[in-house]
Design a protein around this ligand. Structure first.
Ligand SMILES: Cc1ncc(COP(=O)(O)O)c(C=O)c1O
Length: 451
């Protein structure tokens, strides 16, 4: 190839070998292997080329879209290669990482409020439409752009059909805009009308209930990204969907981790929803069927969530051994080497670097594995303020050595007294340091209890 855009599409298809697929065979199309990292590269290229053919953009022109997701990255890749400018409107709840990624790809990013809904002038989609009008730009609008489903009808569908050797019993897909599902529905209606379309929807999204009752309920919330809706997007046609599954976040995330462990595929969170639904479908079948689904994007974007054990524990998706005492509130246990600490013979500078590395505001200071102090940003500031040379002193010079500790058997109520004094709870069993309990650990524990 001599042009990165030529690498979009023609993604590999991999058969799942170690997951339990009952009597069926399950194949996954690895859309994470597109050059922009997701299935949305296909759509971005198709929408821009359709606008070129329709003379709706001119050389060097401006494109506007409202998204913090993969479509923005796909558009940024295609726009930069084709010499267009791109402005992306993003709700301000989106992670910094996503914004850095879009900017690195060359997009201009406009942040807007995330606490307003459709119809409000600052709602991200309304704002994008207005900016496009004001700046005489092309509003890409993937939710209503026919080139979106057409991209799948013309590329994803034929590729799958060929890779599956013209023998597909079911396709399992999610709905973000509905582009994938609608495009594949149209394609398979032509070449293989008996192929069943199966919807994988996050629990909380309105689509399954809409299919079952024709009504749009009020949406809940879910953590899986890229799929699930609180309305029916204009390009979304669910009419050929034969079966639909509601998949909880927990099931999706555990499926992601199992897929990585057993098959070596590190998918994004929506991959977990799709594969969980595909596995349920496969296991329900009496006949041997050939089923396909997708890895729409890569798990690299979700390392700090689904692939982070502590996040999974905090969210209650993984259960740990329970003790029935304060040890259950310690998010990171010292005996599992999970607490960021500093040794008594290390320097103030080392302590500061470790705090930054682990994004914590205090560190226990250990000597022979016993806690001898605790050091926080304020302690370091006081130590070095008059004399920056103190950065190279032992951390013991800066630490607080008057420690308030609690045994695991202390009542939970004791924590409030410690927090009220601006401290963290240091849990020790005799001489043994077990870990810290911070306010956020306490809050997470309370939240898990109500879940
Ligand atoms: C992360 C992600 N983005 C986008 C999509 C596709 O959504 P659509 O084609 O409905 O916009 C999916 C589908 O599974 C997805 O998982």
């Amino acid at each position: 190839m001599n042009q990165i855009l030529a690498l979009i599409g023609n993604t590999p298809l991999l058969e799942v070998r170690r997951l339990d697929t009952g009597s069926c065979r399950l194949f996954l199309k690895l859309e994470n292997q597109n050059p922009g990292g997701s299935i949305k590269d296909r759509v971005a290229l198709a929408m821009i080329e359709a606008a070129e053919r329709g003379h709706r953009i001119s050389p060097g022109g401006l494109l506007v879209e409202a998204t913090a997701g993969n479509t923005g990255l796909g558009l940024a890749l295609v726009a930069s290669q084709k010499g267009y400018r791109l402005l992306i409107v993003v709700p301000d709840k989106m992670s910094q990482e996503k914004i850095f990624h879009l900017k690195a790809m060359g997009a201009e990013v406009v942040l807007t409020r995330s606490d307003v809904s459709k119809g409000h002038p600052e709602y991200y989609q309304d704002l994008a439409a207005r900016l496009a009008r004001q700046q005489n730009a092309f509003y890409v609008n993937q939710f209503a752009n026919e080139a979106n489903p057409r991209a799948h009808e013309e590329s994803t569908g034929p590729e799958l059909w060929k890779q599956m050797e013209h023998n597909v019993d079911a396709v399992v897909a999610g709905v973000g805009t509905g582009g994938t599902l609608t495009g594949l529905s149209r394609y398979f209606a032509r070449v293989s009308p008996q192929t069943e379309m199966v919807l994988a929807d996050p629990a909380g999204s309105v689509l399954v209930e809409f299919m079952e009752t024709g009504k749009i309920a009020s949406a809940g919330s879910w953590l899986v990204e890229g799929i699930g809706e609180d309305f029916i997007p204009p390009v979304c046609d669910l009419s050929r969907v034969k079966k639909a599954y509601r998949i909880s976040d927990g099931e999706a995330f555990l499926t992601c981790r199992e897929l990585l462990k057993k098959e070596g595929i590190m998918g994004g969170t929506s991959t977990g929803t799709l594969v969980a639904a595909a596995l349920r479908y496969c296991r329900e079948q009496r006949q041997a069927k050939r089923v396909v689904s997708f890895v729409p994007d890569s798990g690299n974007k979700y390392l700090s969530k689904v692939y982070n054990d502590y996040w999974m524990i905090d969210q209650g998706f993984i259960q740990r051994e329970r003790y029935g005492d304060l040890r259950d509130l310690i998010a990171r246990r010292h005996k599992e080497h999970a607490v960021a600490t500093v040794n008594a013979d290390e320097t103030v500078q080392a302590a500061l670097q470790r705090m930054k590395l682990y994004d914590v505001s205090q560190l226990p200071v250990l000597k022979d594995d016993r806690i001898v102090g605790i050091v926080d940003e304020e302690d370091i500031l006081l130590e070095v303020y008059d004399n920056p040379a103190h950065f190279s002193e032992p951390v013991t010079e800066a630490m607080e050595s008057h420690l308030v500790t609690v045994p695991p058997s202390a009542p939970v109520a004791e924590l409030m007294g410690i927090f009220n004094r601006g401290l963290v709870a240091i849990v020790v069993d005799g001489d043994e340091f077990l870990g810290l309990i911070t306010r956020i650990d306490f809050l997470n524990w309370l939240r898990r209890r109500v879940q």
